[in-house]
Write a protein that binds this ligand. Structure first.
Ligand SMILES: Nc1ncnc2c1ncn2[C@@H]1O[C@H](COP(=O)(O)OP(=O)(O)OP(=O)(O)O)[C@@H](O)[C@H]1O
Length: 334
């Protein structure tokens, strides 16, 4: 768990961070979101003491960060730098081995862990002897993540980790990132100025402006219950896409047409793994349902909820849109 209480930082005449307080629970992903210069990176760097606060308290797992030596603190906290930040004259293998070296791991232990991570992050072992510039942006980003994860830290700080990637690669990596078992147990604080990214990855979002926290909440809180005009306007440009991202098929289940027949064939029984062929989990955002499954007027897709009556529904794009519209109305008028 990470706790910030009344944390402030000034650089000369600039109040970079002002009285920021929030708690990130163990295993939670908190995204610091806001426009350029609003104090996100400064806040992140105060957590691992790359920057020292002028005022306030930061504690990690209940222990004050200021009581610990910065180098010791940083060994326990993975850090993915802005613009990936790989060392250009180190090979990929050397880049990943930086923390293991500090921790005096054996060559064999480092090699084993490196290969384990490469496999999880879908990187070929052939890249180990290469230099960063010989890899694509997406591959470099994965190496940056491998370097931060190598010592299996419970906490991961990520500063615009996908900032260098184009939009398509970025969305693909978001899906993979969410699915990585290695990350599911970690407490993550991530900085981004990209609202879509925040909505894709956050459990909760901390929206900042001019060094201060404007609102902390789930994506749905920010979308449907903004605390002020700034919070409302910050999302306005992408509101519809964000609403699609926030809503899961299961959230609108009751608004979707009742199944004409409840099918029971063995092909998609729970025992056979649930998802078969065109059968998708209802725990999927409406956004993904539409973008990934080429969902059209003529195209019926079956979704599976939990077991029980009505746990499979088959509908087309139009029926999904209608249900989504009713869901939006309900939330706005909540
Ligand atoms: N080392 C520094 N010296 C002087 N001013 C700084 C320093 N670091 C940050 N600042 C200023 O503090 C403010 C907050 O910067 P910070 O990098 O935390 O913002 P940010 O929200 O992360 O922005 P970006 O998304 O552009 O990185 C900015 O006005 C910035 O110019």
């Amino acid at each position: 768990m990470i706790e910030l209480s009344g944390v402030s930082k000034r650089f000369g005449n600039t109040q970079a961070v002002k009285d920021v307080s929030f708690t990130v629970e163990s295993g939670e992903t908190m995204v610091l979101l806001g426009t350029s210069g609003c104090g996100k990176t400064t806040t992140l760097k105060m957590i691992n003491r790359l920057i020292e606060p002028d005022a306030g308290k930061i504690s990690i797992h209940g222990q004050s960060a200021s009581d610990e030596k910065p180098e010791m603190l940083r060994r326990k906290i993975g850090y993915v730098m802005q613009n990936i930040g790989l060392f250009p004259h180190y090979t990929i293998s050397e880049n990943i081995a930086i923390v293991p070296k500090l921790l005096k791991w054996t060559v064999e232990k480092t090699r084993e862990r490196t290969h384990e991570l490469l496999e999880k992050l879908r990187l070929s072992p052939d890249c180990l002897a290469l230099f960063p510039h010989e890899l694509s942006g997406g591959q470099q980003q994965r190496v940056g993540l491998a370097r931060a994860l190598v010592a299996d830290p419970a906490i991961l700080l990520m500063d615009e980790p996908f900032g260098a990637l184009d939009n398509v690669t970025r969305s693909e990596i978001h899906v993979e990132f969410k699915a990585l078992e290695e990350l599911k147990r970690k407490t993550i604080v991530m900085v981004t100025h990209d609202v879509q990214e925040a909505f894709d990855l956050a459990d909760r979002i901390c929206l900042m402006n001019k060094g201060e926290v404007v609102q902390i909440g789930t994506a749905k809180d920010l979308l449907y219950r903004p605390v002020n005009d700034f919070a409302r306007q910050f999302l306005d440009g992408a509101r519809l896409a964000l609403e699609f991202k926030c809503a899961r098929i299961k959230d609108l289940w009751e608004l979707l047409p009742q199944p004409a027949t409840i099918r029971n064939d063995a092909a998609f029984s729970k025992d056979s793994g649930g998802i078969k062929d065109r059968f998708q989990s209802a725990d999927l955002s409406v956004w993904l349902a539409i973008t990934y499954f080429n969902f059209t007027e003529n195209d019926y897709v079956s979704f599976i909820l939990d077991n029980g009556p009505g746990w499979i529904k088959t509908f087309n794009f139009q029926e999904l849109s209608q249900a989504f519209y009713r869901y939006q109305q309900q939330n706005i008028h909540e």
